[in-house]
Design a protein around this ligand. Structure first.
Ligand SMILES: CC(C)(COP(=O)(O)OP(=O)(O)OC[C@H]1O[C@@H](n2cnc3c(N)ncnc32)[C@H](O)[C@@H]1OP(=O)(O)O)[C@@H](O)C(=O)NCCC(=O)NCCS
Length: 192
């Protein structure tokens, strides 16, 4: 249900746009045919999406976030919240390597990219400016402090708050109350 048109694309070109989902007027989606947005999701303004993407129900991507991946896919579950300025990086390069790097380099002269799908399970909360590197799977209920970094090298545990670079565990989160609240949201939706 989008009242206002997006300035970059015709939202009907998305692979899926669920009921009551909102995509901000200035959200840029490079490959809309690879993007599926679930019901009641919100993607806030000035977010840039250049990857395959699925966004779950009641999930919010905060403003000025960046989701890149080229051929990679980013899968985001239900009831996920990304605070402003998060960076989900599905494609990168060997930053200690000897090759030329960057979109401006002709393909035949460019170093091989490092590509890895990213998954954020249900109820993940990313604090402002969190960076997620290629190939990271973030388990259910993980949350991060502002300016944290997650990589596939970390052994992330569900329902745990992490913070820092690289992120370290701070404390466990309360899963029961969160899951009950989500169930109430879904019950209320069914009754409407
Ligand atoms: C992580 C966070 C939730 C912790 O808050 P808290 O429960 O009050 O915890 P504390 O401030 O007592 O910090 C606990 C420890 O984590 C460290 N820490 C807290 N936030 C951190 C961060 N963003 N990065 C790195 N370390 C952090 C503290 O230094 C402290 O370390 P110590 O135990 O070695 O002294 C909070 O600092 C934070 O970053 N919140 C994100 C807010 C946000 O982005 N909101 C978006 C709204 S749209």
């Amino acid at each position: 249900m989008n009242e206002q048109p997006n300035i970059f694309l015709d939202l009907s070109k998305l692979a899926a746009l669920g009921e009551h989902a909102i995509v901000g007027k200035t959200v840029r989606i490079r490959r809309p045919a690879r993007v599926r947005i679930g019901a009641h999701a919100i993607i806030d303004d000035f977010t840039y999406i250049a990857c395959g993407l699925t966004v779950g129900r009641y999930t919010h991507i905060g403003p000025n976030s960046t989701l890149t991946g080229g051929a990679a896919t980013i899968r985001i579950g239900n009831f996920v919240n990304l605070a402003p300025g998060c960076r989900l990086i599905g494609v990168s390069n060997d930053y200690a390597g000897g090759g030329l790097v960057g979109a401006a380099i002709p393909e035949e002269h460019a170093d091989q990219p490092v590509v890895g799908n990213i998954t954020l399970a249900d109820h993940v909360l990313l604090g402002a400016g969190t960076v997620v590197l290629p190939g990271t799977n973030v388990p259910e209920g993980v949350s991060t402090g502002a300016l944290s970094m997650l990589s596939p090298k970390l052994q992330l545990e569900p329902w745990t708050l992490y913070a820092g670079i690289p992120a370290r565990p701070i404390r466990k989160r309360e899963s029961k109350a969160i899951l009950e609240a989500a169930a109430r949201v879904l019950d209320a939706e069914r009754e409407r």
